[in-house]
Design a protein around this ligand. Structure first.
Ligand SMILES: Nc1ncnc2c1ncn2[C@@H]1O[C@H](COP(=O)(O)OP(=O)(O)OP(=O)(O)O)[C@@H](O)[C@H]1O
Ligand SMILES: [Mg+2]
Length: 333
């Protein structure tokens, strides 16, 4: 059984004429110990998906569908059970650590808080020892426990967030753009740290990024989102090197491949903007930006269909022969 199974998840912010359908029918699954990357342009619903997984959405958001964590539906859990599941079942590392840490509390006390909440029999002295262990685990000196978030660099703050996420030995960590605000050297360090920790502790990882390359390096599987839907999913390296969906290919072409001699071409941008979720195009939401769109793409949306070994893609051209999305044609952008 999968550790995490998301079935037909929809999340809409607001209602009536102001309704924003941010996530539209997402199906995903993640096995124990597996690492799944979720990629897509700004506004495609990645953070909304992450927040839904831990039921942290604002009150204006209405989620429907199922989010099964170890077989239990997070969306319908009673509050007491949800409190027990957060941190210990699944924890989250947010986009931008500075905003997630409390500026007026010492770092050590913030890491100790979920520990004391979940391990009621633990004494404050034991929790302090555990905080020290966690700080060492993420490569920070134990003395940092007495400092405040503003005394730390961006990379150190993100390490603190990771220590907090690990504090109660979760089965799943959801990391929403954990390295976005960091410089490339620190970004690489933090990614390696996450990889090392989830491997050592056999934790499943759902990592969100707009950078397909980062995800392909870190994750086993990759899901590409567009306008609230997963449009492609499969083994990470395969999706990165030859996506089946024209959007996946365009996203992958938008990033430089440093050190890849097979790819000397300059990265290409994708023309046009991602659609406004409150005014989506008819049919396939990608069709206005797709150089391979057929007339029918503006009329009918495409479900995810099998697209090779362990892969699915939501494009009418999948398996359609030489001109098809799966035929390795370079989309002219
Ligand atoms: N609290 C909210 N109320 C209304 N709309 C929202 C709210 N939060 C997000 N949205 C809208 O939902 C859509 C998806 O937003 P989301 O933050 O999930 O995107 P994202 O993929 O994480 O983007 P980014 O890469 O910029 O972080 C966007 O159109 C956004 O404007
Ligand atoms: Mg986001």
């Amino acid at each position: 059984m999968s550790l995490l199974e998301v079935k037909d998840l929809h999340v809409t912010y607001g209602s009536g004429t102001r309704a924003v359908p941010a996530v539209r029918g997402v199906d995903l699954s993640l096995a124990a110990g597996q690492k799944l990357g979720v990629a897509g342009e700004s506004g495609c619903g990645k953070s909304t998906l992450a927040l839904a997984l831990l039921r942290l959405l604002p009150a204006s958001a209405k989620p429907t569908g199922e989010i099964l964590l170890d077989g239990e539906n997070v969306l319908t859990m009673k509050w007491g059970r949800l409190r027990a599941v957060r941190w210990a079942g699944a924890s989250i590392v947010f986009q931008g650590a500075m905003h997630s840490l409390n500026a007026v509390h010492r770092v050590g006390d913030q890491i100790a808080e979920p520990i004391l909440l979940h391990r009621r029999t633990m004494t404050p002295a034991e929790a302090k020892r555990r905080v020290g262990e966690l700080l060492q685990h993420v490569g920070l000196p134990v003395t940092r426990a007495d400092g405040y978030p503003h005394e730390l660099s961006g990379g150190q703050r993100q390490r603190v967030m990771i220590a907090m996420a690990l504090a109660c030995d979760p089965q799943l960590i959801v990391a929403d753009e954990p390295t976005t605000a960091l410089d490339v050297m620190i970004q690489a360090q933090i990614l390696r740290l996450i990889e090392q920790l989830v491997a050592e502790q056999h934790i499943s990882l759902l990592m969100i990024s707009h950078d397909l390359g980062v995800l392909a390096d870190t994750c086993d599987r990759l899901a590409v989102m567009y306008a609230g839907r997963v449009v492609e999913e499969g083994p990470a390296r395969a999706v990165y090197s030859r996506a089946e969906h024209p959007y996946g290919r365009a996203l992958s072409a938008a990033f430089p491949r440093i050190g890849d001699p097979a790819s000397r071409r300059a990265p290409r941008g994708l023309p046009g903007d991602p659609p406004d979720p409150s005014a989506l195009p008819s049919g396939c939401a990608f069709h206005p930006r797709c150089a391979l769109a057929l007339d029918s793409c503006s009329e009918q949306d495409q479900e995810l269909v099998p697209a090779g070994e362990g892969r699915r893609a939501a494009c009418v051209l999948v398996g359609a022969g030489p001109a098809g999305a799966g035929a390795g044609t370079e989309m002219q952008l």
